[in-house]
Design a protein around this ligand. Structure first.
Ligand SMILES: Cc1cc2nc3c(=O)[nH]c(=O)nc-3n(C[C@H](O)[C@H](O)[C@H](O)COP(=O)(O)O)c2cc1C
Length: 170
Protein backbone atom coordinates (compact mmCIF):
# COMPACT_ATOMS: atom_id res chain seq x y z
CA UNK A 1 0.00 0.00 0.00
CA UNK A 2 1.33 3.46 -0.88
CA UNK A 3 2.81 5.62 1.88
CA UNK A 4 0.64 8.46 0.52
CA UNK A 5 -2.52 6.64 1.54
CA UNK A 6 -4.18 8.48 4.44
CA UNK A 7 -3.67 6.60 7.69
CA UNK A 8 -7.41 6.12 8.23
CA UNK A 9 -7.80 4.04 5.10
CA UNK A 10 -4.85 1.74 5.81
CA UNK A 11 -6.83 -0.55 8.08
CA UNK A 12 -7.70 -3.74 6.17
CA UNK A 13 -11.31 -3.38 7.20
CA UNK A 14 -11.69 0.10 5.69
CA UNK A 15 -11.92 -1.06 2.09
CA UNK A 16 -14.62 -3.53 3.09
CA UNK A 17 -16.49 -0.88 5.06
CA UNK A 18 -16.21 1.46 2.10
CA UNK A 19 -17.62 -1.16 -0.27
CA UNK A 20 -20.39 -2.11 2.14
CA UNK A 21 -21.45 1.49 2.74
CA UNK A 22 -21.31 2.45 -0.95
CA UNK A 23 -23.19 -0.73 -1.82
CA UNK A 24 -26.14 0.58 0.19
CA UNK A 25 -26.71 3.08 -2.59
CA UNK A 26 -28.74 1.20 -5.18
CA UNK A 27 -27.82 1.92 -8.78
CA UNK A 28 -28.69 0.91 -12.28
CA UNK A 29 -26.12 -0.83 -14.45
CA UNK A 30 -24.72 0.33 -17.76
CA UNK A 31 -22.21 -0.84 -20.32
CA UNK A 32 -19.69 1.92 -21.02
CA UNK A 33 -18.22 1.54 -24.48
CA UNK A 34 -15.65 3.00 -26.78
CA UNK A 35 -14.03 2.23 -30.12
CA UNK A 36 -10.26 2.14 -30.68
CA UNK A 37 -8.23 3.44 -33.65
CA UNK A 38 -8.71 0.12 -35.46
CA UNK A 39 -12.49 0.30 -35.09
CA UNK A 40 -12.55 -2.46 -32.46
CA UNK A 41 -15.27 -2.05 -29.81
CA UNK A 42 -14.41 -2.15 -26.09
CA UNK A 43 -16.71 -2.00 -23.11
CA UNK A 44 -17.22 -2.81 -19.47
CA UNK A 45 -19.96 -3.01 -16.90
CA UNK A 46 -20.32 0.09 -14.73
CA UNK A 47 -22.57 1.31 -11.96
CA UNK A 48 -20.85 4.69 -11.59
CA UNK A 49 -23.09 6.53 -14.05
CA UNK A 50 -24.46 9.82 -12.70
CA UNK A 51 -26.26 12.69 -14.36
CA UNK A 52 -24.39 15.92 -13.66
CA UNK A 53 -25.99 18.89 -15.41
CA UNK A 54 -29.12 19.62 -17.41
CA UNK A 55 -27.82 22.67 -19.28
CA UNK A 56 -25.49 21.68 -20.79
CA UNK A 57 -26.51 18.01 -20.56
CA UNK A 58 -23.60 16.33 -18.76
CA UNK A 59 -23.14 12.89 -17.25
CA UNK A 60 -20.18 11.20 -15.60
CA UNK A 61 -18.75 7.74 -15.26
CA UNK A 62 -15.80 6.52 -13.17
CA UNK A 63 -13.30 4.06 -14.64
CA UNK A 64 -10.67 2.21 -12.65
CA UNK A 65 -7.06 2.73 -13.72
CA UNK A 66 -6.72 -1.05 -14.05
CA UNK A 67 -9.49 -1.28 -16.64
CA UNK A 68 -8.00 -2.89 -19.79
CA UNK A 69 -9.47 -0.27 -22.11
CA UNK A 70 -8.62 2.76 -19.93
CA UNK A 71 -6.16 4.17 -22.49
CA UNK A 72 -8.73 3.84 -25.25
CA UNK A 73 -11.27 5.73 -23.11
CA UNK A 74 -8.61 8.36 -22.33
CA UNK A 75 -7.92 8.96 -26.02
CA UNK A 76 -11.52 8.77 -27.21
CA UNK A 77 -13.58 11.77 -28.33
CA UNK A 78 -16.81 9.89 -27.60
CA UNK A 79 -18.05 7.14 -25.32
CA UNK A 80 -21.31 5.23 -25.30
CA UNK A 81 -23.61 4.09 -22.52
CA UNK A 82 -26.15 1.28 -22.76
CA UNK A 83 -28.41 1.14 -19.69
CA UNK A 84 -29.39 -2.45 -18.99
CA UNK A 85 -32.85 -3.97 -18.56
CA UNK A 86 -33.60 -6.38 -15.74
CA UNK A 87 -33.41 -9.36 -18.13
CA UNK A 88 -29.81 -8.48 -19.08
CA UNK A 89 -27.87 -9.82 -16.06
CA UNK A 90 -25.86 -12.08 -18.35
CA UNK A 91 -24.68 -9.08 -20.32
CA UNK A 92 -23.66 -7.33 -17.10
CA UNK A 93 -21.68 -10.45 -16.05
CA UNK A 94 -20.11 -10.85 -19.49
CA UNK A 95 -18.84 -7.24 -19.55
CA UNK A 96 -17.42 -7.58 -16.03
CA UNK A 97 -15.56 -10.87 -16.71
CA UNK A 98 -11.89 -10.82 -17.68
CA UNK A 99 -10.83 -12.19 -21.04
CA UNK A 100 -14.29 -12.38 -22.54
CA UNK A 101 -14.87 -11.49 -26.21
CA UNK A 102 -17.57 -9.20 -24.97
CA UNK A 103 -19.17 -8.00 -28.20
CA UNK A 104 -19.09 -11.39 -29.91
CA UNK A 105 -22.45 -13.08 -30.38
CA UNK A 106 -24.55 -10.24 -28.97
CA UNK A 107 -26.60 -7.67 -30.85
CA UNK A 108 -24.95 -4.28 -31.06
CA UNK A 109 -24.38 -1.50 -33.56
CA UNK A 110 -22.43 1.72 -33.99
CA UNK A 111 -24.18 4.94 -33.01
CA UNK A 112 -24.05 8.31 -34.78
CA UNK A 113 -20.65 9.04 -33.23
CA UNK A 114 -19.31 5.55 -33.99
CA UNK A 115 -19.49 4.30 -30.39
CA UNK A 116 -20.75 0.73 -29.86
CA UNK A 117 -24.29 0.55 -28.46
CA UNK A 118 -26.06 -2.62 -27.34
CA UNK A 119 -29.46 -3.51 -28.74
CA UNK A 120 -32.44 -4.20 -26.51
CA UNK A 121 -31.43 -1.89 -23.67
CA UNK A 122 -33.46 0.57 -21.61
CA UNK A 123 -31.61 3.65 -22.79
CA UNK A 124 -28.63 4.43 -24.96
CA UNK A 125 -26.49 7.54 -24.80
CA UNK A 126 -23.63 8.91 -26.84
CA UNK A 127 -21.35 11.35 -25.07
CA UNK A 128 -18.59 13.68 -26.22
CA UNK A 129 -15.78 13.70 -23.66
CA UNK A 130 -15.73 17.12 -21.94
CA UNK A 131 -13.27 16.48 -19.14
CA UNK A 132 -11.27 13.74 -17.52
CA UNK A 133 -10.35 14.04 -13.86
CA UNK A 134 -8.01 11.63 -12.07
CA UNK A 135 -9.39 10.80 -8.66
CA UNK A 136 -7.59 8.22 -6.57
CA UNK A 137 -7.45 4.94 -8.50
CA UNK A 138 -10.20 5.99 -10.94
CA UNK A 139 -10.67 8.50 -13.75
CA UNK A 140 -13.88 10.51 -13.78
CA UNK A 141 -15.02 11.00 -17.36
CA UNK A 142 -17.49 13.82 -17.87
CA UNK A 143 -19.40 13.57 -21.12
CA UNK A 144 -21.81 15.85 -22.93
CA UNK A 145 -24.81 14.00 -24.31
CA UNK A 146 -24.94 14.27 -28.07
CA UNK A 147 -27.57 11.58 -28.64
CA UNK A 148 -29.95 9.69 -26.37
CA UNK A 149 -32.82 7.25 -26.85
CA UNK A 150 -35.02 5.45 -24.36
CA UNK A 151 -36.98 2.21 -24.73
CA UNK A 152 -39.66 0.49 -22.64
CA UNK A 153 -38.65 -1.96 -19.93
CA UNK A 154 -37.55 -2.29 -16.31
CA UNK A 155 -34.05 -1.48 -15.04
CA UNK A 156 -31.44 -3.92 -13.78
CA UNK A 157 -30.61 -2.77 -10.26
CA UNK A 158 -27.45 -3.42 -8.27
CA UNK A 159 -27.76 -3.15 -4.51
CA UNK A 160 -25.63 -4.50 -1.66
CA UNK A 161 -23.54 -6.59 -4.04
CA UNK A 162 -26.49 -8.28 -5.74
CA UNK A 163 -28.64 -7.81 -8.80
CA UNK A 164 -32.22 -6.83 -8.07
CA UNK A 165 -35.33 -6.10 -10.04
CA UNK A 166 -38.01 -3.53 -9.31
CA UNK A 167 -40.63 -6.04 -10.41
CA UNK A 168 -41.80 -8.15 -7.44
CA UNK A 169 -41.39 -11.92 -7.95
CA UNK A 170 -44.77 -13.70 -8.26
C1 LIG B 1 -22.27 -4.25 -10.98
C2 LIG B 1 -20.89 -3.83 -11.39
C3 LIG B 1 -20.55 -2.49 -11.44
C4 LIG B 1 -19.27 -2.07 -11.81
N1 LIG B 1 -18.98 -0.74 -11.88
C5 LIG B 1 -17.75 -0.33 -12.30
C6 LIG B 1 -17.48 1.07 -12.46
O1 LIG B 1 -18.31 1.93 -12.24
N2 LIG B 1 -16.22 1.42 -12.87
C7 LIG B 1 -15.25 0.48 -13.14
O2 LIG B 1 -14.14 0.86 -13.52
N3 LIG B 1 -15.50 -0.85 -13.00
C8 LIG B 1 -16.73 -1.27 -12.61
N4 LIG B 1 -17.01 -2.60 -12.50
C9 LIG B 1 -15.94 -3.58 -12.73
C10 LIG B 1 -15.68 -3.84 -14.22
O3 LIG B 1 -16.85 -4.12 -14.93
C11 LIG B 1 -14.72 -5.04 -14.35
O4 LIG B 1 -13.60 -4.84 -13.54
C12 LIG B 1 -14.29 -5.27 -15.77
O5 LIG B 1 -13.67 -6.55 -15.84
C13 LIG B 1 -13.29 -4.22 -16.23
O6 LIG B 1 -12.97 -4.40 -17.59
P1 LIG B 1 -11.60 -5.10 -18.07
O7 LIG B 1 -11.75 -6.56 -17.74
O8 LIG B 1 -11.64 -4.88 -19.57
O9 LIG B 1 -10.48 -4.45 -17.36
C14 LIG B 1 -18.29 -3.03 -12.14
C15 LIG B 1 -18.63 -4.41 -12.12
C16 LIG B 1 -19.91 -4.79 -11.76
C17 LIG B 1 -20.27 -6.27 -11.77
Amino acid sequence: MSSETPAGTQRGVAAEEFRRACGRFGTGIAIASVVDDNGTPHGLTISSFTSVSLDPPLVLICLGHAVTSIDTFRKARFFGLSLLRDDQREISDRFARKGEARFEGIAWRRGETGVPLLNGVLAEMECAVERRIEAGDHDILIGKLVAAKTHPGEPLIHYAGRYRSLVPKP
